[in-house]
Design a protein around this ligand. Structure first.
Ligand code: AMP
Ligand code: MG
Length: 348
């Protein structure tokens, strides 16, 4: 494995590797992807093997031009109202953190879609990703570049640590701006339905195409979409989730980590009965006590989520105590990822 800079030379090498059926990890605005040629069965098989991903969990095909969409999705077979919604979403939200589920073209290998008649497509809003896709095959299958079930990578170093020996190249494009995966929206099932909350807030989609269905906003997530297992996106360290009222009363344990949403919750905890204020005066953010966003900004919290969980997962604490965030905007995606991490803790 080599780490490449996103220079012309680096992108050319990476694109050659992709075209030859090898795997290249690359940055997108959501998280780092593990890319392989979407039309090459060998490359697709390598993706599943590298991640230890079950083959029933279909991949997202990434494109870098709107006119690539029809190579992958059989748009003509969509009914007219959905076709109109698709056009609006493509015009307004692509490129961006939105994955669309559409009827598939027969040429798309079954391996990419886990045998489903539908395919997931996304046009990422990231220069490096777009150039790489254009320079290679125009259709790059890319799940998040992490072992199956583990935290998604938001930096090249995360990929290097987790999958370094499984890829030919990693393109280092710095930290990802959005930090949570794309929103997955199904346009094949009558009325549009969100299968996975993500970087594009539900509210934003509804402004453009009107009301959409699912998923439930509470913590108990159903099995809506292949691959959307309840325990997923999880650190190796156990994680428990707490509402603000509960979080600020937690007794401080030196062996545990605490992940607060905002400064006001943190301050309330420090002033509360559980916190050993006398023992550690001048308390500030430490490696074990972290804050997602000083002022409670949900976009900033999303950007920092996986990065912070990666760090907390390496410092040897017994458990991570995390706070639910408000369910609006990207908060829905943050709560979804946190609740899946907590589900793993409950299951084990
Ligand atoms: P990832 O690439 O790991 O961020 O996840 C891709 C997710 O998109 C999968 O786990 C599925 O939940 C969803 N997905 C991909 N293709 C389809 C499809 N054809 N139908 C429904 N959901 C899909
Ligand atoms: Mg993933």
């Amino acid at each position: 494995m080599h780490i490449l800079a996103p220079s012309d030379e680096g992108l050319r090498k990476a694109a050659e590797a992709l075209t030859a059926g090898l795997l290249v990890a690359f940055p997108t605005e959501t998280v780092y992807g593990l890319g392989g040629d979407g039309f090459n069965r060998h490359a697709l098989a390598r993706i599943f093997a590298a991640k230890g991903r079950p083959r029933f969990d279909p991949l997202i095909i990434h494109i870098a031009a709107l006119d690539s969409l029809e190579r992958i999705a059989a748009i003509a077979s969509l009914e007219l109202t959905l076709r109109n919604k698709l056009d609006l979403l493509c015009a307004r939200l692509w490129p961006g953190p939105l994955t669309l589920i559409l009827p598939k073209q027969p040429e798309v290998p079954d391996l990419a879609t886990s045998g489903l008649p539908t395919v997931a497509v996304r046009f990422p809003d990231h220069q490096v990703a777009q150039q790489l896709i254009r320079l290679s095959t125009g259709a790059v299958a890319a799940p998040s570049a992490n072992p199956f079930g583990y935290l998604s990578p938001t930096r090249a170093e995360h990929v290097q640590e987790q999958l370094g020996d499984q890829v030919t190249f990693i393109i280092d494009g710095g930290p990802c701006g959005i930090g949570v995966e794309s929103t997955v929206l199904d346009l094949t099932a009558g009325s549009p339905r969100i299968l996975r909350p993500g970087g594009t807030p539900r509210e934003r989609i509804e402004e453009i195409i009107g009301a959409v269905e699912g998923p439930p906003v509470d913590s108990v997530r159903m099995f809506h979409s292949p691959g959307q297992l309840k325990s997923h996106y999880a650190p190796r360290t156990g994680l428990t989730l707490h509402r603000r009222e509960e979080m600020i009363l937690l007794p401080y344990e030196p062996s545990e980590a605490y992940l607060f949403f905002d400064r006001s919750s943190w301050d309330a905890w420090v002033q509360g009965p559980g916190h050993p204020y006398e023992v550690e005066p001048g308390w500030t953010e430490t490696s074990r006590i972290r804050l997602l966003s000083e002022r409670g900004n949900l976009d900033e919290a999303a950007t920092r989520l996986f990065d912070t969980l990666h760090e907390l997962d390496t410092i040897g604490v017994s458990v991570i105590r995390a706070q639910w965030v408000p369910d609006a905007g990207r908060g829905a995606a943050i709560n979804d990822r946190l609740s899946r991490a907590a589900a793993r803790t409950q299951a084990s």
